[in-house]
Design a binder for this molecule. Structure first.
Ligand code: 6PG
Length: 482
């Protein structure tokens, strides 16, 4: 019987491509799939010339593995992962490793890492990004979990991962328990934001009457500068594509109802729970939700008054538009990294934020040249609390903000919603406000519920209450914070 280096369960497209990638790098991979015919077709088809061994049962797959055993799951996130773990774990010995390469929720990964540690099994939740192409030729991989598993995985994972332009692999140990899947979740949330800021530029250019081919050229030009990124590049390709059935521009025949599988929502929930303002990601999730309410939008379209979403051809300067996109993107990443820093402190993960930015430099969906600036900012100041205050970004925002405001103004006056640009600008103006109107909010809270307030002329932490009407008592409701 051939001894295998690693076993992989779950042969959907990501699983198949990871297996072929591992085989390309000299590893012998045992594979199993619940539907045996899928496994057979893969082993006899795309993997026919590769060092891949098909197994009809999980027992066979485990028996063939060299020790300590490594079993990677590429199955649907959620209950299926638990089911497969229940099948695999009893067959393993102490010190063996299970890796979940799906988009699992990080809280599940924390739980599974703990449960399996009790059985002596080393569990790893590894975010894998890059879609089919990345899985096949070099994804970005974000492993976290039992740190003792990392020495058993480092060579393999770093071999199959993409290499950044500086030659470093886009895979490194992220941190304990759920850290890998948390980082992948933030990657996906940021992905939602990146897609939304691009979509808003497309919307504004469409409103100015630009043809899709012209827009494709604009995105192509932008892809040469600070916006150089995979998502801008594919947007140019998409806008230049023609639908073979109708001869129309393909993007024009696609229904404007965005789908989602949940990782953006998880990011927004995590932000709300942590009290971190990931406003842009949250707006990007809600923009997808609004888009999906097709019937409701159509019913309201002819009824609710407002400008008709058209702009004069030169109403928005394309350099301003690029600036709005770039400034919003910087803001979104600053927000995402704030949540990473918060989670790192909360869970004691000791995340290396600069290294995380560099893991996203190649292979993943949000890969972009601009991530180098984030890495450099954290290398220059590992304690950096707010990315917007890194020189490179402070300057970029100062240059971009006049155009950014003009773009948001144009959208508002034409009735074109720009949720990402607007919320990013509101955050930018909020975070640079030494004073906000929250004093009034505090007064209201104290008025109706004796929730107390701190005073500008007193120390922080000292809470006061006013008897606003002369009818209240001296009892307060406490000064808790959410
Ligand atoms: C990746 C992607 C991937 C994600 C898709 C679709 O990093 O390769 O993030 O993990 O599943 O992008 O996500 P939505 O269906 O939620 O848009």
């Amino acid at each position: 019987m051939t001894t295998t280096d690693i076993g992989l369960i779950g042969l959907a497209v990501m699983g198949q491509n990871l297996v072929l990638n591992m085989a390309d790098h000299g590893y012998t991979v045992g594979v199993h799939n619940r539907t045996t015919s899928t496994m057979r077709e893969f082993v006899d088809g795309p993997a026919a010339d590769a060092s891949v061994v098909g197994h009809e049962t999980v027992e066979e797959l485990v028996d063939a593995l060299s020790t300590p055993r490594r079993v990677m799951l590429m199955v649907k996130a959620g209950a299926v992962v638990d089911r497969v773990i229940e099948e695999v774990a009893p067959l393993l010995d102490e010190g063996d490793v299970i890796i979940d390469g799906g988009n699992s929720r990080y809280t599940d990964t924390i739980r599974r890492t703990e449960e399996l540690a009790e059985q002596g099994i080393r569990y790893v939740g590894a975010g894998v990004s890059g879609g089919e192409e990345g899985a096949r030729h070099g994804p970005s991989i974000m492993p976290g979990g039992d740190p003792e598993a990392w020495p058993l995985l480092a060579d393999l994972f770093q071999a199959i991962a993409a290499d950044a332009p500086d030659g470093r692999p886009c895979c490194d140990w992220v941190g304990p328990d759920g850290a890998g899947h948390f980082v992948k979740m933030i990657h996906n949330g940021i992905e939602y934001g990146d897609m939304q800021v691009i979509a808003e530029a497309y919307d504004l250019m469409s409103a100015m009457g630009m043809a899709n081919a012209e827009m494709a050229e604009v995105f192509r030009t932008w892809n040469d500068g600070v916006l150089d990124s995979f998502l801008v590049e594919i947007t140019a390709d998409i806008l230049a594509h023609t639908d073979p059935d109708t001869g129309e521009s393909t993007v024009d025949v696609i229904l404007d109802a965005a789908g989602q599988k949940g990782t953006g929502t998880w990011t927004a929930i995590a932000a709300l729970e942590a009290g971190q303002p990931l406003t842009l990601v949250a707006e990007a999730v809600f923009a997808r939700v609004v888009s999906a309410l097709v019937d409701r939008r159509r019913a309201a379209a002819g009824v609710l008054a407002g400008p008709d979403r058209t702009l004069e051809p030169d109403a928005v300067d394309l350099d301003d538009l690029r600036d709005a996109l770039y400034a919003s993107k910087i803001t979104s990443y600053a927000q995402g990294f704030m949540l990473l820093a918060d989670a790192s402190a909360e869970h004691d993960w000791d995340l290396d934020l600069g290294r995380i930015a560099s893991l996203w430099r190649e292979g993943c969906i949000i890969r972009a040249v601009f991530l180098d600036d984030i890495t450099a900012a954290y290398e220059a100041d590992p304690e950096l609390d707010n990315l917007l205050l890194a020189d490179v970004f402070t300057r970029a925002l100062a240059d971009a903000q006049p155009g950014w405001r003009r773009v948001v103004r144009a959208g508002i006056s034409a009735g074109i919603p720009l949720p990402a640009y607007s919320t990013a600008l509101a955050y930018y103006d909020g975070i640079r406000s030494a004073r906000t109107p929250a004093n009034l909010v505090q007064a209201q809270r104290d008025y109706f519920g004796a929730h107390t307030y701190e005073r500008v002329d007193g120390p922080r932490g000292e809470h006061h209450h006013t008897d606003w009407t002369g009818r209240g008592g001296a009892v307060t409701s406490g000064s808790y914070n959410a």
